[in-house]
Design a protein around this ligand. Structure first.
Ligand SMILES: *[C@@H]1O[C@H](CO)[C@@H](O)[C@H](O)[C@H]1NC(C)=O
Ligand SMILES: *[C@@H]1O[C@H](CO)[C@@H](O)[C@H](O)[C@H]1NC(C)=O
Ligand SMILES: *[C@@H]1O[C@H](CO)[C@@H](O)[C@H](O)[C@H]1NC(C)=O
Ligand SMILES: *[C@@H]1O[C@H](CO)[C@@H](O)[C@H](O)[C@H]1NC(C)=O
Ligand SMILES: *[C@@H]1O[C@H](CO)[C@@H](O)[C@H](O)[C@H]1NC(C)=O
Ligand SMILES: *[C@@H]1O[C@H](CO)[C@@H](O)[C@H](O)[C@H]1NC(C)=O
Ligand SMILES: *[C@@H]1O[C@H](CO)[C@@H](O)[C@H](O)[C@H]1NC(C)=O
Ligand SMILES: *[C@@H]1O[C@H](CO)[C@@H](O)[C@H](O)[C@H]1NC(C)=O
Length: 355
């Protein structure tokens, strides 16, 4: 059964790649889009910033009791999220950790999807102790990608918080056996302590998970409309931070990450929950958004998540529409070929960008 499903999904993915595409028409459409948006910008004297900055919050709100995690978040983390202090003169090795997403029990699907989870490892030379830092969903990936449509609630309800988890130990076997465990950088204990401070602030202000990267259809220099905010972005921010603090990186290592793309023309801002839903909302738009999310209830397993991604693909190709929830606001995406794509591509270590 599982095997049959794999073949189907693989063929669907193949279909995405082999589907014809009229490049010239696409370019012409983009040009029109560009001209329209330029006109709008100049008449309103307002320049939309792309990608839309991910919103930072003053503090992390309590999660709604409706959201129930299937797996406890950060079970072995330090009690109060505190990160141990290192001696300034300590030498800390930094590891790139990557493994197939942990809910993933379908080993041989991996070759086609390469959905990897990223984390960072640290090892103190003085104590010999090691640590893992990762950033992930409080209520699993499906809940961060698809909202709940609740009977007595007009607006879609999201259980989409994500957070950092810092704990003692590196589970070598877990990362190594189907993934990666390699040293990528080295820094002092003092730098580590500064990083810890940053990490806590980052954790308190960046509170929700975003699965999708949204950009123009692939061209030489596509404009990115929205950046994802996920485990790999946390790792990239951490690398960037320790690089700024003075860590030295091993330039030899190739670092690839999973990204899930949506391709669209210039997004249109629709409004927030209160301006779309509720008594003073826009009834027809509210209905459209509900309808859009109806087929994609938050899945209960990772397999269901993949099926939902494929279902969303069909839906998007048919209607060329996606309603994106970002910064707790809704955007309309005029979807374009190739619509949705999963990639596993390199984003170099910070040192490589600056040589
Ligand atoms: C998603 O959230 C719902 C509601 O809290 C919960 O019942 C479900 O188990 C969550 N999904 C997963 C995969 O944990
Ligand atoms: C957090 O817990 C650790 C022990 O796990 C303790 O050493 C530390 O003082 C606590 N920090 C705060 C701010 O409570
Ligand atoms: C990040 O925030 C979550 C949720 O409040 C908390 O459980 C976790 O301990 C925090 N992690 C760190 C490293 O501060
Ligand atoms: C690695 O993948 C194999 C084959 O899919 C699986 O049997 C094994 O449990 C995986 N190892 C870990 C640590 O998850
Ligand atoms: C981390 O520490 C554990 C326990 O001492 C050890 O088994 C493991 O090999 C260490 N891993 C790394 C990458 O240092
Ligand atoms: C939602 O948008 C409306 C109108 O743009 C604005 O007045 C209101 O403050 C916003 N609400 C929130 C919670 O951001
Ligand atoms: C409701 O939203 C749709 C789609 O954005 C828009 O075309 C329409 O003008 C809106 N209606 C009102 C009354 O604002
Ligand atoms: C990693 O990314 C590079 C460039 O983005 C690509 O050429 C390479 O095939 C990728 N490696 C894997 C294992 O997919």
């Amino acid at each position: 059964m599982l095997h049959r499903w794999r073949v189907i999904t693989y063929m669907e993915i193949r279909a995405v790649f082999t589907m014809g595409c009229n490049i010239m028409m696409l370019e012409a459409m983009l040009l029109v889009f560009l001209m329209i948006s330029l006109t709008i910008c100049s008449t309103e004297g307002f320049q939309q910033q792309w990608p839309v900055p991910y919103k930072r919050f003053d503090f992390r709100p309590k999660t709604d009791p409706y959201c129930q995690a299937r797996y406890t978040f950060c079970p072995s983390g330090f009690e109060n999220g505190s990160i141990p202090k290192m001696k300034d003169e300590d030498i800390i090795d930094v590891y790139r950790l990557q493994a197939p997403v942990w809910e993933f029990k379908y080993g041989d699907l991996l070759g086609h999807f390469k959905i990897m989870h990223d984390a960072v490892g640290f090892r103190s030379s003085i104590t010999g102790k090691n640590y893992t830092a990762e950033w992930y969903e409080l209520f699993q990936l499906g809940n961060c990608t698809f909202p709940h449509l609740r009977p007595n609630m007009e607006e879609p309800f999201w259980c989409n918080q994500g957070a950092a988890c810092f704990y003692e130990g590196i589970d070598d076997e877990h990362w190594k056996s189907n993934g990666t465990l390699v040293p990528v950088a080295r820094m002092s204990g003092g730098m580590f302590n500064q990083m810890s401070k940053w990490l806590k602030e980052d954790n308190d202000t960046g509170i929700y998970y975003e699965t999708w990267t949204v950009q123009e259809p692939t061209r030489a220099k596509p404009r990115v409309w929205f950046e994802s905010y996920d485990c790999s972005k946390f790792v990239l921010r951490t690398y960037q931070k320790i690089w700024e603090l003075g860590a030295t990186f091993n330039k030899e290592i190739q670092t690839n990450y999973t990204r899930i793309f949506l391709y669209s023309g210039e997004p249109v801002y629709l409004g927030n929950v209160s301006s779309i839903f509720g008594p003073h909302g826009n009834k027809s738009l509210a209905e459209d958004i509900r309808m859009f999310y109806t087929p994609f209830r938050p899945p209960h397993s990772f397999k269901e998540f993949l099926i939902s991604i494929l279902a969303i693909y069909d839906e998007v190709v048919l209607h060329k529409t996606f309603y994106l929830f970002y910064n707790f606001e809704y955007w309309y995406l005029p979807m374009e070929y190739p619509y949705i794509k999963l990639t596993y591509e390199e984003i170099p270590l910070p040192s490589n960008k600056h040589v």
